[in-house]
Design a protein around this ligand. Structure first.
Ligand code: HEC
Ligand code: HEC
Ligand code: HEC
Ligand code: HEC
Length: 193
């Protein structure tokens, strides 16, 4: 069967989509603190992907960080109460430390797995920062029961094993650290007719 013009167009769009995704993967990205988050007093965890030798600044000043692998940055930001801005390359995020956060900031929901360290989920393999297991579901099911997963997700873990499609694993301000509303999340694969 010959490919129709429409299928060719769809294929081209799909390939373009992949190209754009890969380009986005190699950008600087601040995972934590996320924009608009409010933290209690005390150190704020910093997690980022960095391109080249990009280093973060807070309120325009350099801050100490560690790099467990090339392109990976982490640290603990010890900051006075009030609003702050973190920047890494062209990425910026405003967040708040201490009590009395203005309404534009929402309470940060730390993912408890962050307390057990990066190697709870990550490992360096073939000189790249990857997940500890090939399947992300097997990383998360160290603590989240596969048997009860379907109750909240409709699907078994195997069908939606790319948890990061919907969840921000380093914590966020959203309910269940969702990157989008539940409706939108399901529509990734079930488009509205
Ligand atoms: C609960 C599991 C988990 C823990 C703990 C965790 N991460 Fe991640 N990490 C992920 C997931 C899942 C992704 C994919 C995120 C996405 O696409 O939004 C990711 C992505 C990343 C990336 C981007 C990788 C790339 O190639 O794009 C970096 C960098 C990173 N994590 C650093 C860290 C650091 C540093 C720590 C410890 C301070 C840490 N992570 C702790 C699960 C975790
Ligand atoms: C070291 C154990 C551990 C690992 C590994 C782990 N988690 Fe968690 N996670 C927890 C705990 C503890 C909670 C809080 C109690 C709960 O909701 O089950 C939690 C909560 C969550 C929540 C709810 C957050 C909220 O704000 O309500 C999500 C979503 C989540 N985890 C996703 C993941 C994903 C995705 C992975 C794999 C990338 C993962 N977890 C790996 C321990 C872990
Ligand atoms: C298609 C989007 C999507 C994917 C992919 C996804 N989730 Fe979720 N998850 C959700 C939604 C939506 C909720 C909120 C459900 C509710 O309470 O209404 C949720 C809630 C959770 C919670 C908190 C509620 C609970 O059951 O304790 C955890 C933990 C969780 N997800 C873990 C995971 C893990 C681990 C993976 C990967 C194996 C994953 N999720 C993949 C959409 C997703
Ligand atoms: C990664 C893609 C993917 C995501 C995301 C996804 N689904 Fe599905 N869903 C499927 C596939 C594939 C099927 C058909 C095969 C099956 O039943 O496993 C399906 C089938 C279903 C069915 C059975 C009825 C039907 O139309 O065949 C329901 C109900 C459903 N999904 C609900 C959800 C909900 C609710 C969410 C969001 C929490 C969601 N799905 C997210 C891939 C996905």
């Amino acid at each position: 069967m010959a490919l129709g013009a429409q299928s060719l167009m769809r294929l081209a769009l799909a390939l373009l989509g992949i190209g754009l995704c890969l380009a986005a993967e190699s950008d600087n990205e601040i995972f934590a603190p996320p924009a608009g988050a409010a933290f209690p007093k005390g150190p704020v965890r910093f997690v980022a992907r960095a391109v080249g030798d990009a280093k973060p600044t807070v309120d325009g000043k350099p801050v100490p960080t560690e790099s467990p692998h090339a392109g990976v940055l982490k640290g603990e930001l010890d900051l006075p109460p009030g609003a702050h801005e973190i920047a890494l390359g062209d990425k910026k995020a405003r967040f708040f430390v201490g009590e009395g956060a203005p309404a534009e900031f929402k309470q940060f929901r730390e993912h408890p797995a962050m307390q057990t360290g990066c190697d709870t989920c990550h490992a360096v393999r073939n000189d790249a920062w990857r997940f500890k297991r090939i399947s992300l579901a097997n990383v998360c099911s160290q603590c989240h029961d596969k048997a009860t997963f379907q109750k909240k997700h409709t699907h078994e873990m195997g069908v939606i094993q790319d948890c990061q499609m919907c969840h921000a694993p380093h914590g966020s301000t959203a309910f269940a650290s969702l990157k989008m509303t539940k409706d939108k999340a399901c529509q990734i694969c079930h488009p509205l007719k």
